[in-house]
Write a protein that binds this ligand. Structure first.
Ligand code: ADP
Ligand code: ZN
Length: 317
């Protein structure tokens, strides 16, 4: 049994053919190049899907469907990406386009929800009925498995963890709310905190030049922090502290067995995970928090593809 997973991201489009055991049998990656416009991006999505199908040598009749993981606002019933700034898309009926071209069932997921499916079926959530996956990347998102079901909500947009407010008086978020978690704890938030700090510290010119060139990324900052640069260690740890506040909220709401943290920024998990856990436990009723495991993801960069495909193998929602 096979299914195709598609991950539509701001930098790359990744297609993969996955089997029931979570093996990635074929993959095809293309750059997104959103600046070339909607039509060009759609063409690349269709071509990546086609390529992965033909490269695998699997007969289309053995493929159950195509699962799509997309960033942004989606409507999984209509198969439309309503708004995804990193793709340059507004109201794109990608589900219908894929379905018509390949004659296969299609399901559209929010990207964090898809990654949660992958962790649940084959990664850090195996064997649980209550797992929450949190991605800490450019922004923050989550996928919630509650009582053995993926929580999708009305449109497939449940789990927008990055936009829970942790400070009603905080800075305005692009969503309209104030004090949203992802403005305190994401790759972007870490980068902003570092540029504010360097501006106020009269730091060596080299670092300021890096900021101006946009080269002081969360990756560079985290690597310096892990190597012990005290200017950055505190900022990365702060992100963990804030994620812990959000995690406590999740625990009160969903009583999970395990919290799984993934996404690019969690490469600095040696600094982040202990801070997340401490901050979470400090603000949870012991009986609720004691048994919760806090771990890092196991699936890695292909989680979106794997999970979007994985939705066809189990009765998840
Ligand atoms: P996306 O946001 O497109 O889903 P990722 O999950 O890869 O992609 O997250 C990108 C973010 O992760 C960026 O802010 C990047 O700087 C950061 N990042 C990438 N690698 C590392 C690393 N080794 N350590 C810390 N942060 C990283
Ligand atoms: Zn917000």
């Amino acid at each position: 049994e096979y299914a195709i997973g598609l991950d539509l991201g701001g930098t790359k489009i990744l297609a993969g053919l996955v089997d029931r055991t979570g093996r990635l049998i074929a993959r095809k990656q293309l750059p997104t190049h959103a600046e070339e416009g909607e039509k060009a991006v759609i063409e690349r999505v269709l071509s990546a899907t086609h390529d992965v199908l033909s490269a695998s040598g699997i007969h289309p009749e053995k493929v159950r469907g195509v699962g799509i993981a997309s960033a942004g606002v989606i409507n999984s019933d209509s198969g439309e990406v309503i708004f995804a700034s990193n793709l340059g898309w507004r109201n794109v009926p990608i589900g219908t386009l894929i379905g018509q071209r390949f004659g296969l069932p299609v399901h559209l997921f929010n990207d964090a929800n898809a990654a949660a499916i992958a962790e649940w079926l084959w990664g850090a959530g195996v064997g649980t009925r209550n797992m929450i996956y949190v991605t800490v990347s450019t922004g923050v998102g989550a996928g919630i498995v509650s009582d053995g079901r993926l929580v999708l909500g009305r449109d497939g947009s449940a789990g927008e963890f990055g936009h829970i407010s942790i400070d009603w008086n905080g800075p305005q978020c692009r969503c309209g709310n104030r004090g949203c978690l992802e403005n305190y704890a994401s790759g972007t938030a870490i980068e902003n905190a570092v540029s504010r700090k360097l501006a106020s510290m009269k730091e060596p010119v080299t670092d300021r030049i890096l900021v101006e060139k946009g080269e002081l990324t969360a990756k560079v900052i985290s690597e310096a922090a892990l190597a012990g640069d005290p200017r950055f260690t505190e900022i990365v740890k702060q992100a963990g502290f804030y994620l812990g506040i959000g995690a406590a909220n999740l625990i009160y709401l969903f009583n999970p067995e395990v919290l799984v943290f993934g996404g690019g920024v969690m490469n600095a998990s040696a600094l982040l995970l202990p801070e997340i856990e401490k901050s979470m436990r400090d603000r949870c009723i012991p009986g609720l928090a004691n048994e919760v495991r806090v771990v890092t993801s196991q699936i890695g960069v292909e989680a979106g593809v794997m999970g979007a495909a994985g939705g066809f193998f189990e009765n998840l929602y």
